[in-house]
Write a protein that binds this ligand. Sequence first.
Ligand SMILES: Nc1nc2c(ncn2[C@@H]2O[C@H](COP(=O)(O)OP(=O)(O)OP(=O)(O)O)[C@@H](O)[C@H]2O)c(=O)[nH]1
Ligand SMILES: [Mg+2]
Length: 467
Amino acid sequence: MTTPEPFAPTIAAIATPPGQGGIAIVRLSGAASLPILKKLFRPRQPACPFESHRLYYGWVVQPATGTAVDEVLAVVMRAPRTYTREDVVEIHCHGGPLVVREILTLVLAAGAVPAAAGEFTRRAFLGGRIDLTQAEAVVEMLTARTSAGLRLAAAQLGGGLQARLAEVREALLDIRALLEVAIDFPDEEADILDGPGLRARLTRTAIEPLRELIAAADHGRIFQEGVSVVILGRPNVGKSSLLNALLREERAIVTATPGTTRDTIEEYIAIQGVPVRLVDTAGIRATSEAVEELGIQRARRKAEEADLVLLLFDLSQPLAAEDRELYAAILGRPVILVANKHDLIPDPARLGDLAQAFPGEALVPLSAKTLAGLADLEEAIYTKVAGAPAEPPGPVHWCAPNARHRAALVKTLACVEQAGQGLSTALAPDLLAVDVQEGLDLLAEIVGQTTTEDVLDRIFSRFCIGK
Ligand SMILES: Nc1nc2c(ncn2[C@@H]2O[C@H](COP(=O)(O)OP(=O)(O)OP(=O)(O)O)[C@@H](O)[C@H]2O)c(=O)[nH]1
Ligand SMILES: [Mg+2]
């Protein structure tokens, strides 16, 4: 367990983004925050009491000369009711890059040291105000790309994941206690371990919640990291038109000449809260055998990189051998078949032909020209990448374990499942206890109770300075 250093230096950083703004904030944290403030801040009220969590008006001055630097508001927040649980001071100054730099320089000259990336949040974690999952949620909040991603991060910051993990931990602690009784009182062992309840209890209180959390990680990842969707199809089927339609902007050049797009084009959109990287590709066609082979290889590679392929067809043209080859090349990958130019051929028979040629695949009729069917396509994309539109989302949807949490959860589940199997095969209780303890250790790593320094460094290095 890492503990906060008792004599940690007072740190300072500019907490607002670089550049010009209405105001900028210099933030300090540590025992010397108030003494440092007093060296360079001249409050209007000469007998300023510096009450906690109150703003005071005054001037920052050069301590040596008394020269005025800026007119500011200063706030002192006394430990422990602060972001870091240490004394915190914020100086709200005019938002010019030079002004705020100069104030930071004065603060450092008065005894503070520059804060490392994420150091304020790291102190909040070391001070025990938040656990590691909440610290990680701070980064997710800062980097969220859609409001759904932001909501998930906020829920995790509020302790959503922490609470779920605590429930599993309690359950495992109870079961470990039972196993210890069985170890200490061999006469009772049979009663305790063969009680029909114990295995069922392990399943209900640990195995199922862990499986749900892993599923939530897979679901949440989509909202936070986003997905990549590749548009594939023969030349001239309307791939670039579809990209533009989804973007609602004339981004890619569209012409009636096949072979317009020569290279891939990437753009970002949000579909019902999912950040999507959309890739338009050059139409794949066979002008000679070698080219055909290359095109098919490229399609396969693109499909492998993508979370979802939109395979486009031109409904006004008969299905071509190349259409079938493209489909065969991406077989096994998540795909939506898009029957484009539906405005030209509204005949349902043509759609039926496509459905028959590629049975079992999602098929959406569309006109990239009139935009009819676009909402259905967006719905189909969402359903394909995020699963069926969730009914009122359960509490488990309000935490999104990240890749680090997920890896540890999978290992925890394996330990707990092993313990469950051991129970069925009447394994000795001391061996069962080993599995349960291993699961508990893994949970402790997730919340940061036993996380090593290098893992912490990796996590906090994702922050910006001043956070
Ligand atoms: N009527 C109609 N025309 C469309 C539709 N979608 C695209 N087109 C037309 O089809 C032609 C080709 O469109 P593009 O979007 O450039 O096709 P592409 O698949 O990107 O073509 P390449 O880049 O050459 O592979 C253009 O003339 C578009 O205006 C549609 O839904 N209906
Ligand atoms: Mg194109």
